[in-house]
Write a protein that binds this ligand. Structure first.
Ligand code: ISL
Length: 535
């Protein structure tokens, strides 16, 4: 089994992880200070969200230099030190690779605007239509038009995200060569792989008008096209395979047939993929509007991906998603800890590489902001503007944004009960959730029954179980709020039963309990609220 299948990944969103120099921003020396905690959790890989120089139109996902470190996070020496310190603890590091777009402040874009012959075709430039209109009707992921006029060049450029994130032109072989240089640069520094941002939209096959859709109009012209498969194969065979590394792609609106192509080992493209289906069981209009959670539907989705792909990237949270305990758990309710533990049983008992997002292991909850003005997330701010156009009343807009905002996951990590949750001595860039005195690392480290200690136990349990690492996944049953599945290796199996609801449910199983989130020793026909058992 490849090493990246056995290990657990810990995602760090650097600006909210640990500030070491009192500027309100997390930084690399801060990460080094906390490495022992990640080790104690049992994670063996760290994924770092972008640390590259960036004007921060999208919190670092707009990169102005791929071969540098943004001074607010530290220096290249700090980065090298982090790789070394992590390695001492047997932890490997993967970087975020954001290559669909750069920042408009990247040197390439600056030269491209001026039609510098070397860079003129690095981006997707088009003249205005004869009537002055935009080149096509596409809209982007941040609910804006996908084209912006550039005065200097006298043309429109395409951006699927923010207007400060122009899309690179993958019809230009020079762009692919640049990406190879970036990969080599970091791999030579000892990086163990990449999380590849929106990787299935790189290649724009045509720029024809898109079919009518509310958001991302034009998607059918660039989602998982043949050109993208070709580029991924080229990067893999010419660069990545020469190193001991792996890739996890992040995909926009990918379906199973597309994912199968992207992850098929024989095609040599990606090693695994993040998709969103399983987090949208209770959402409609992508993720913005909520509906009831149905365990039956959830199990169907899990089963589809578990049985459809050889290997999955398992995650319940990241920097774009609400906190899982507030989403599928009981939030700050009386079952906060129990539901967080139940969700960890899910995460570590399905087949794939688990990704834990910073703070998930202590059950951090959604933010408790009270007003839109406190938000930073460009996506939330834009969706509010769009909803205003549709005359959606303010209280409803706030309700939906509160549930879906990416800032839910971006508040600083709650380390202890001191000022700013031990994250920083100064005012943090985004406020600390006011529940930090109740939910923090220091308290949970001392409490053997804490969520944190349960996570450690689950990670260890998975590491010791060949059934959980390699076994086949079979769904057993589900009703509105509870579900069960089995993992089988040869003649041995483990059955996992999870209750996602506030009420007890019938549980038709018998057997020796291997693990329980409420300390149960015997099954008696019912499962308690938010209970999880492995038998
Ligand atoms: O958040 C989303 C789905 O819940 C998305 O639409 C998200 O914007 C998309 O999945 C792409 O995300 C990635 O690329 C973006 C960046 O803003 C996100 O933070 C990143 O994870 C653009 O680089």
């Amino acid at each position: 089994m490849q090493w990246w299948k056995e290990k657990v990944v810990y995602q760090i969103y650097p600006r909210s992880f640990q500030d070491s120099n009192g500027d309100g921003f997390g930084d690399i020396p801060g990460i080094i200070l906390r490495l022992d905690k990640i080790k104690a959790l049992g994670a063996g890989i760290i994924w770092l969200s972008p640390l590259y120089p960036s004007p921060d139109a999208d919190n670092g996902y707009d990169i102005s230099n791929y071969l540098g470190i943004d001074p607010k996070y530290g220096t290249m020496e700090d980065m090298e030190n982090l790789i070394k310190e992590a390695s001492k603890r047997d932890i490997r590091i993967i970087m975020d690779l954001v290559i669909n777009h750069t920042s408009d402040e990247h040197e390439w874009f600056q030269k491209s605007r001026k039609r510098d012959p070397e860079y003129a075709d690095y981006y997707i430039w088009r003249p205005a239509k004869p009537d002055g209109g935009k080149p096509n009707n596409w809209t982007g992921f941040f609910m804006e038009d996908a084209w912006t006029w550039d005065e200097k060049r006298g043309e429109y450029y395409l951006h699927l995200f923010h207007r400060k994130q122009p899309d690179l032109n993958y019809h230009n072989p020079k762009v692919i060569e640049e990406v190879k240089k970036i990969l080599k640069f970091w791999l030579d520094k000892g990086i163990a792989g990449f999380r590849c941002d929106v990787i299935n939209v790189l290649y724009k096959e045509s720029l024809a008008d898109g079919k009518p859709r509310l958001v991302v109009r034009g998607l059918e012209h660039y989602k998982t096209r043949e050109g993208t498969h070709r580029i991924l194969n080229e990067l893999r065979t010419e660069v990545l395979e020469k190193y001991d590394c792996f890739t996890v792609g992040e995909s926009a609106m990918v379906d199973l047939p597309e994912a199968k192509l992207l992850c098929d080992a024989n095609r040599r493209e990606l090693d695994m993929l993040f998709y969103f289906d399983h987090l949208e069981v209770d959402r409609c209009v992508a993720k913005y509007i909520s509906k009831a959670f149905r365990a039956k539907k959830f199990l169907e989705i899990i089963t589809k991906w578990q049985q459809g792909l050889e290997w999955n990237a398992i995650y319940l949270e990241n920097h774009d998603q609400p906190r899982i305990v507030s989403h599928y758990g009981d939030g700050m309710g009386k079952y906060h800890a129990r539901s967080a533990k139940m969700l960890s049983v899910l995460e570590f008992t399905i087949k794939g590489t688990p990704y834990v997002y910073q703070g998930q292991e202590i059950g951090m909850t959604n933010f408790d902001f009270t007003d839109l003005s406190q938000l930073n997330d460009v996506e939330s701010l834009n969706i509010d503007k769009l909803m205003q156009k549709f005359k959606i009343p303010k209280n409803l807009r706030w309700k939906w944004i509160k549930e879906s905002s990416r800032d839910n996951a971006r508040t600083p990590v709650q380390w202890d009960a001191t000022n700013n949750g031990g994250f920083s001595d100064e005012k943090p860039w985004l406020p600390v959730n006011s529940n930090y005195k109740k939910i923090n690392y220091a308290i949970q480290e001392k409490d053997s029954e804490s969520i944190l200690n349960f996570y450690r136990k689950m990670i260890e349990f998975r590491a010791q179980s060949d059934i959980l690492l390699e076994g086949e996944f079979t769904p057993l049953w589900a009703n509105k709020k509870a579900l069960a599945y089995k993992r089988t290796l040869k003649e041995r199996s483990l059955t996992v039963i999870l209750n996602f609801g506030h009420r007890p449910v019938k549980c038709p199983h018998e057997g020796e309990i291997k693990l329980s989130n409420i300390g149960r020793v015997r099954l008696n026909g019912t499962l308690a609220p938010y209970e999880a058992v492995i038998i």
